[in-house]
Design a protein around this ligand. Structure first.
Ligand SMILES: [Zn+2]
Ligand SMILES: [Zn+2]
Length: 330
């Protein structure tokens, strides 16, 4: 099968189809998303080496649970060990031996096939398009914030960053009835935010004291800005992983007595429920769809400054593999 393998450099390669163990499903990839985390890994954010990718929708080709076979699915990306203290206490999210698809000790989904535990899978309802389904993880990531922080409609919430995660988060918050403003730097993306009925402003022109600031910028300066924008004793939510944290000045957290919450992805099932209502407009967050054979082109597009979600279509035949893709990551 074709797979985007990251060793020294990312490269589309021919590799064996992964073998599934009991309790696991083999999934035939349909569409996969390129996430900032994939780009950060290529740029040296982690030591992960292997097949990249963690956002996908695919069809179950093989599973022990026959009711899953032939179903369109998405999957949560963490694979817990089931044996450590956290797993035994019912907190698999904090498993101390956790593997994460395409990031840590588990092969990713930028490939024709991927394996995941059956328990990780969520079936995609017929009324949710495959393009929308790829957004399940980012939507879950947005909803997770609401599980962690108590935010009421009276709170002034700022979503800092008008990238993919910022726009998904702002939209989900708006649907949940919250008073949200997106701050960004790109007029076209802020226009999208306003189309969702969300307030928006340029980050440099905004001043004010928000109750809650969600940092979706993906860069360390964003966190500094978030600390600046929030009111004393307000809440800052950190959604980003940075490969270079620079010299962060965290003094504002102390002087303002802030509550800082680190937040990652949440329940895929709850995110799918929201997508199935049809209330989220994720189609307008798609920058482009590339065939898997041109994954190099897809990454080139995804790393362009200000790019929205780039998808890779694996539903074409596995026959024509373009292995002449060296050098494109630069
Ligand atoms: Zn991601
Ligand atoms: Zn565990």
């Amino acid at each position: 099968m074709r797979a985007l393998v990251f060793a020294k450099h990312p490269k589309l390669q021919e590799v064996p189809i992964p073998e599934r163990l009991p309790g696991q499903a083999l999934i035939r990839m349909e569409l996969a998303g390129i996430c900032n985390t994939d780009i950060e890994i290529i740029q040296g954010y982690s030591n992960f080496r292997g097949i990249l990718g963690h956002e996908f929708v695919g069809m179950v080709a093989e599973a022990d649970d026959q009711s899953l076979v032939g179903k369109r699915v998405v999957g949560s990306i963490d694979v817990a060990c089931g044996e450590c203290k956290f797993c035994r206490e019912g907190e698999p999210d904090f498993c101390s031996n956790k593997k994460t698809m395409g990031m840590h000790r588990w092969q990713g989904c930028l490939a024709d096939y991927v394996v995941l535990p059956e328990a990780n899978l969520v079936i995609v309802p017929d009324n949710v398009s495959s393009v929308a389904a790829v957004f399940t993880e980012p939507v879950s990531s947005a909803l997770q914030i609401l599980e962690q922080a108590t935010i009421t409609p009276d709170d002034a919430v700022i979503v800092l960053g008008d990238g993919k995660l910022g726009l998904v988060t702002a939209q989900a918050f708006k649907i949940r009835g919250l008073n949200v403003t997106v701050l960004g730097k790109h007029i076209d993306k802020l226009a999208k935010a306003s189309k969702f009925g969300v307030n928006c402003d340029f980050v440099d022109e905004f001043s004010g004291r928000a109750d809650v600031v969600i940092d979706c910028t993906g860069n360390p300066e964003g966190l500094a800005k978030a600390i600046d924008l929030v009111r004393p004793r307000g809440v800052v939510v950190i959604k980003s992983l940075y490969h270079n944290s620079g010299k962060l000045n965290l003094g504002g957290i102390v002087s303002k007595e802030l509550t800082c919450i680190g937040s990652r992805q949440g329940s895929m099932a709850k995110a799918m429920e929201l997508l199935a209502t049809g209330a989220m407009d994720v189609d307008s967050l798609v920058e482009a769809v590339y065939p898997a054979a041109d994954i190099a082109g897809a990454f080139k597009r995804a790393v362009r400054k200000g790019a929205l979600k780039v998808l890779v279509d694996f539903s074409d035949s596995c026959e024509h593999v373009n292995l002449n893709t060296g050098g494109w990551w630069r």
